[in-house]
Design a protein around this ligand. Structure first.
Ligand SMILES: Cc1cc2nc3c(=O)[nH]c(=O)nc-3n(C[C@H](O)[C@H](O)[C@H](O)COP(=O)(O)O)c2cc1C
Length: 348
């Protein structure tokens, strides 16, 4: 196993064994108004939606987490089974490992055996900035065709890169690289954070590019500082474990990201709300605040490590909860959720 494969394995193992959640989940600050007279029938509720030109059974993205080591293949396969069953979108984790070692490609490409409406390829921005333009476009093509992806997600994870001992904290040139890719790569490009969030300022810069969507990947759920804390602790690395604790809760809360990114882009770019979504209630809150779809990562991890049945069931539960919220607020379509009354950040 090379260093990238080992790191992928460590991340998953730590994420299931340890508590890597931020200390506060900001979805708890968003309150919805119950509608005592919803005047709709639950059976008439339509969860379907369109995201990035694809018809989805529900506004949900199973966010990219893994691939690149043997167990990652199993996880991706179980997630793929759930995405196919419920016709929701699916992302894979960073495909860098398969660029370094072609033998690992099947740990990602396993998802092509399932009928998934929207597949999202993934690569870190900090790796891409190291490459020449020609190499960027060629590697983007490689990872997209590896999983027959509909879109390519460029992942921003500078908190993690800054804290992990082998991190590549190189952000210079990222925006220019994203801009080039969004104009010259033949397929839609989205930009995603991975738990520290995208603020209005970053969104207004991204708006000038030709990206197709933003996954805000905000704070409140998985803390990569926490993951790195556990990795550093196991290695007896005092500096990096201390940094993990210091930056445990760093980031822009996901609900704030939605509002900031929405305002900065005049709500013209679809927003995927990943970060701390635990239930269909959290997902509904994100849609009500203005996201086009909610994203779930860590919530899916334990079932995805178990089997396809458990993963399908977790997904079904989230969608069942979303349907219940829609009934209780009187919204029989995803679009109508935007008219729901909500309080966030107000002192009650
Ligand atoms: C174990 C693990 C591995 C992850 N690996 C990646 C990755 O390779 N690329 C990426 O863009 N995001 C990655 N993420 C970030 C998720 O896609 C997501 O943005 C983040 O975990 C916040 O969502 P959550 O609070 O629902 O977990 C990973 C998350 C977890 C938990």
């Amino acid at each position: 196993m090379n260093q990238t494969e080992e790191r992928k394995r460590d991340h998953i193992q730590i994420a299931v064994r340890e508590n890597i959640a931020m200390h506060h989940n900001y979805w708890d600050d968003v309150k919805l108004m119950h509608n005592a007279l919803p005047e709709i029938n639950e059976q008439d509720i339509d969860l379907s939606t369109t995201l990035l030109g694809k018809h989805l059974g529900a506004p949900l993205v199973l966010s990219g987490m893994t691939g690149g080591y043997p167990e990652g293949k199993k996880i991706n396969e179980h997630l793929a089974a759930a995405a196919a069953e419920h016709q929701v979108a699916l992302g894979v984790g960073s495909q860098r490992a398969a660029l370094e070692n072609e033998k690992l490609a099947d740990t990602y490409s396993i998802i092509t055996e399932y009928d998934i409406p929207l597949k999202i390829a993934n690569i870190g921005a900090s790796q891409m900035v190291l490459w020449e333009k020609k190499e960027i476009l060629a590697n983007a093509e490689k990872i997209v065709s590896m999983i027959d992806a509909d879109v390519l997600a460029v992942c921003l994870n500078f908190l993690q890169e800054a804290i992990q001992p082998e991190g590549e904290a190189r952000a210079k040139g990222c925006l220019e690289m994203i801009d080039m890719l969004s104009r010259e790569f033949g397929r839609p490009v989205i930009v995603k954070e991975s738990g520290a969030g995208i603020c209005g300022k970053a969104a207004s810069l991204l708006r000038k590019t030709k990206i197709a969507a933003i996954d805000v990947g905000g704070a409140g759920g998985t803390s990569f500082a926490a993951v790195e804390y556990y990795r550093a602790k196991a290695k007896g690395d005092a500096i990096h474990s201390r940094e993990g604790i210091t930056f445990w809760d760093w980031g822009v809360p996901t609900p704030t990201c939605i509002l900031e990114v929405g305002r900065a882009t005049d709500w013209e770019l679809p927003i995927i709300a990943t970060g701390g979504v635990r239930t269909g209630l959290d997902a509904a809150k994100s849609l009500i605040l203005g996201a086009s779809a909610a994203g779930v990562a860590h919530t899916m991890l334990k079932p995805a490590l178990k089997d396809a049945k458990a993963t399908i069931l977790e997904c079904e539960t989230i969608l069942r909860e979303l349907r219940t919220v829609m009934f209780l607020v009187g919204a029989d379509s995803v679009e109508k959720l935007s008219t729901t009354e909500v309080t966030y950040g107000l002192d009650e």
